[in-house]
Design a protein around this ligand. Structure first.
Ligand code: ZN
Length: 252
């Protein structure tokens, strides 16, 4: 079983790992690319993340994303309720793992990365310790980066600026279903605090979110939002229409 001391220690590690993650993103000179795509990026032959995403090239090195999106920000979705007198980890959640010797604690973390300008990724990390779970979540989020489609699909607004999404879209994960709806300028992010993190990092300023099912299961809830944003970007729009309607894929 996990006791108070272990939880306090986990809370400490959580903070330490957060600052480690920030530092690592800036230490790219020593990066030795292992994939062809990585080499092309480091040599400066590919300078645009949208080129990689639009062509469907698989990103296998997180550094590719760090390199092309130096302004990338990382956030963690709160998976655990942290009530009580002493400090408990807020960003990671403990899960008991059954082993021959009894129950062993392990940790899960859900990371969101984004450049606040049309790119977003989410990743789930599991590990025997807090740093491992957090690092893996960030790495996975970077490998899952997508370019999202922004626009103004609101009837009341029709400003033609990419401050929202161009049309209503549905997403699902597990038992959770969500609808994302375009909202007029000034409405803001009408969503829960954790969902707001995703939209902020994606660069969406106005949106309505409707959710159904067990939305307290945050991994599924955030996963459903990511699913919807991904579907949004998979809809092929004719370039001429993109231009006319003020829709934007990826960065602006
Ligand atoms: Zn508008």
């Amino acid at each position: 079983m996990v006791n108070k001391e272990q939880l306090k220690e986990a809370a400490k590690q959580e903070e330490k790992t957060l600052s480690q993650i920030e530092r690592q993103q800036l230490e790219l000179e020593s990066w030795q690319p292992k994939t062809k795509l990585g080499k092309l990026v480091k040599e400066g032959k590919i300078q645009d993340i949208d080129y990689i995403i639009v062509n469907g090239y698989k990103i296998l090195e997180a550094e590719i994303v760090d390199y092309l999106l130096p302004e990338l920000k990382v956030e963690f979705i709160r998976l655990a309720l942290s009530k009580g007198k002493f400090r408990k980890p807020k960003l990671v959640k403990m899960v008991q793992r059954k082993t021959a010797e009894g129950n062993k604690p392990s940790w899960i973390a859900l990371a969101v990365v984004g450049d606040e300008n049309g790119h977003i990724g989410i990743g789930l990390g599991k590990g025997d310790d807090v740093p491992k779970a957090m690092q893996k979540a960030v790495r996975d989020a970077k490998l899952n980066i997508i370019a999202i489609l922004r626009g103004c699909g609101s009837w009341e607004c029709a400003c033609g600026q990419p401050h929202s999404i161009p049309y209503k879209i549905m997403g699902k994960k597990g038992s959770v279903r969500i609808h994302l709806l375009p909202a007029p300028v000034g409405v803001g992010l009408v969503a829960s605090d954790e969902a707001k993190k995703v939209f902020r990092l994606a660069g969406i300023k106005d949106i309505w979110v409707q959710s159904f099912g067990q939305t307290r299961r945050r991994i599924n809830f955030i996963g459903a939002i990511y699913d919807a944003l991904k579907k949004l970007s998979l809809v092929r729009v004719h370039p001429a229409y993109l231009h006319l309607s003020g829709l934007k894929v990826g960065k602006i």
